[in-house]
Unconditional design. Structure first.
Length: 117
């Protein structure tokens, strides 16, 4: 009897460097995953408070199991590490894939205002 290996498929976080964020000095690390999947563990309204901002990415032109709809992510080494840690602490199982993954355009870059709580 064959077992469907896809049932045990881990969710993916894609980690890559991007010049899209306007920092000309260096390319910040971006980490993104499926918005629907990430929000099961970290509600969207917590992102600005926890990470100081977020990236909301449009649905890829070719949706896949790894990215069926919108993407949600953060930028910066510390934020990438914090995202992975919080997901693990809240019970998420995932793999980190080096590379951009499905091509997506940034829909919104949200940031908290410095000096506010």
């Amino acid at each position: 009897m064959l077992v469907n290996v896809r049932q045990g498929l881990l969710n993916s976080l894609f980690s890559y460097q991007s010049h899209l964020l306007g920092d000309k000095r260096s390319s910040p690390i971006v980490i993104k995953g499926s918005r629907d999947w990430i929000e099961k563990y970290i509600p969207f309204n917590e992102f600005t408070q926890i990470f100081g901002g977020y990236l909301l990415l449009r649905e890829p032109s070719e949706p896949s199991e790894a990215m069926p709809g919108e993407g949600l992510g953060v930028w910066g080494k510390r934020n990438a590490s914090r995202l992975r840690r919080i997901l693990r602490e809240r019970g998420a199982e995932f793999e980190v894939v080096e590379g951009e993954g499905p091509a997506q355009k940034i829909a919104i870059r949200g940031e908290s205002l410095r000096g506010t709580s």
